[in-house]
Design a binder for this molecule. Structure first.
Ligand SMILES: NC(=O)c1ccc[n+]([C@@H]2O[C@H](COP(=O)([O-])OP(=O)(O)OC[C@H]3O[C@@H](n4cnc5c(N)ncnc54)[C@H](OP(=O)(O)O)[C@@H]3O)[C@@H](O)[C@H]2O)c1
Length: 271
C-alpha cells in the first residue's frame, strides 16, 4: 500500500516540471513529499528556492523511495534517464512520462520490463493551470494509480484518459498542437483587420481579447461550442456572412486535413 501522501519525484526541472510542481504545492501537497532531479545547478537552485523542495543532481538519489516518478525531460534524453532510474523503480512505483512521443514500450524496455507506467501528453496552457492532458496507462497501472495520476496532472488543468495508445497521436493533434492553431487564427484575424484599415496594434488587441473571451465562454458556459456559435449568429447578420464564407472556403476540410497531418507526423516521429 502506498503512502496516503505519495512522495513524488520529478526528473527534469524545466518548464513542464515547474508548472506541475507549482500546481501540486498550490493544491497543498506537502513540500517534503516532492523532490526533483536536474543536472543543472541553476535549475536546481531555481526550483528549490521557489518551491522549498529537495533538489538533487543525481536522478537515482531523488528517485530512491519515491512512490511516483514523473519524467519531465526531453524525449532525446529519455533512454539515458530511464537507465539512470532502473534501480530506483520498484514494482509498486508509478512512473508517469510527459515526454512527447515516448511510448509505453520504450519506457518498459528502459526500465527492465516495468509496466506500471502512464504516458501523458499535456499542452502549454498547463503553464497557466489551463492545460489539458491526454493520458494512457500501461497494463500494470491500478485504479488507485489512475486516480493519483489524474490528481497530479489535474493540478495543471483538465485530464482525459484514452483507452488505446495509438490515440495519443490524435490527442497530440487536437490538444497538444492545438494551441498553435488558435494562435494562427488570431494572427490571421489580426492581419485581416489590418488589411481592412485598423492599426495593427488595435487589430491585434481586438483579435487576441476576442480569442480570450471566446475561450472564457467555452470554459465557463455549460453550452457546447455549436450552441454558443448559434447564439451569436443572427440570421442574415454579419457573423452569419463570415461563417458562410468560411464554410464555402472549405474550413471543415481544412481542419480535418490539419489534424490528419499532425496525426501522420506523430506516427512518423514515434517510429
Ligand atoms: N512545455 C510544454 O508545454 C510541454 C507540453 C507537452 C509535453 N511536454 C514534454 O515535457 C517534457 C519537458 O518539456 P519542458 O518544456 O519542461 O523542457 P525543459 O524546460 O527543457 O525541461 C527539461 C529539463 O530536464 C533537464 N534534463 C536534461 N537532461 C536530464 C537528465 N539526464 N536527467 C534529468 N534532467 C535532465 C533539463 O536540464 P538542462 O536544461 O540542463 O538540459 C531541463 O531542466 C518534454 O519531453 C516535452 O515533450 C512539454
Amino acid at each position: 500500500m502506498a503512502h496516503s501522501t505519495p512522495i513524488i519525484t520529478f526528473i527534469g526541472a524545466g518548464n513542464m516540471a515547474q508548472a506541475l510542481i507549482g500546481g501540486l504545492i498550490n493544491a497543498n501537497h506537502p513540500t517534503d513529499c516532492v523532490r526533483v532531479a536536474d543536472p543543472s545547478a541553476d535549475q536546481r537552485q531555481a526550483v528549490s528556492g521557489q518551491f522549498g523542495i529537495e533538489a538533487h543532481g543525481e536522478n537515482a538519489r531523488a528517485a530512491d523511495g519515491a512512490d511516483v516518478i514523473m519524467l519531465a525531460v526531453k524525449p532525446q534524453v529519455m533512454d539515458s534517464v530511464l537507465d539512470s532510474l532502473k534501480h530506483s523503480v520498484r514494482p509498486e512505483t508509478l512512473v508517469i512520462s510527459v515526454a512527447a512521443g515516448v511510448t509505453l514500450a520504450q519506457m518498459a524496455r528502459g526500465l527492465d520490463g516495468h509496466r506500471r507506467s502512464v504516458r501523458a501528453m499535456p499542452n502549454t496552457p498547463a503553464l497557466y493551470g489551463a492545460g489539458i492532458t491526454g493520458m494512457v496507462a500501461d497494463e500494470g497501472v491500478t485504479r488507485d494509480d489512475r486516480e493519483r495520476t489524474t490528481q497530479i496532472l489535474g493540478t495543471a488543468g483538465k485530464t482525459v484518459w484514452v483507452a488505446d495508445e495509438s490515440l495519443m497521436d490524435v490527442v497530440t493533434a487536437i490538444s497538444g498542437s492545438g494551441p498553435a492553431y488558435f494562435f494562427r487564427f488570431v494572427e490571421l484575424l489580426t492581419r485581416a483587420g489590418t488589411r481592412a484599415g485598423l492599426d495593427e496594434a488595435d487589430a491585434a488587441a481586438l483579435a487576441r481579447q476576442t480569442a480570450f473571451g471566446a475561450g472564457t465562454m467555452l470554459a465557463e458556459s455549460d453550452l457546447d461550442a455549436a450552441e454558443l456559435r448559434r447564439r451569436v449568429t443572427s440570421p442574415g447578420g454579419t457573423t452569419a456572412a463570415a461563417l458562410e464564407a468560411l464554410d464555402q472556403a472549405g474550413l471543415d476540410e481544412i481542419v480535418d486535413q490539419a489534424v490528419q497531418a499532425a496525426i501522420q507526423r506523430g506516427k512518423e516521429l514515434g517510429q
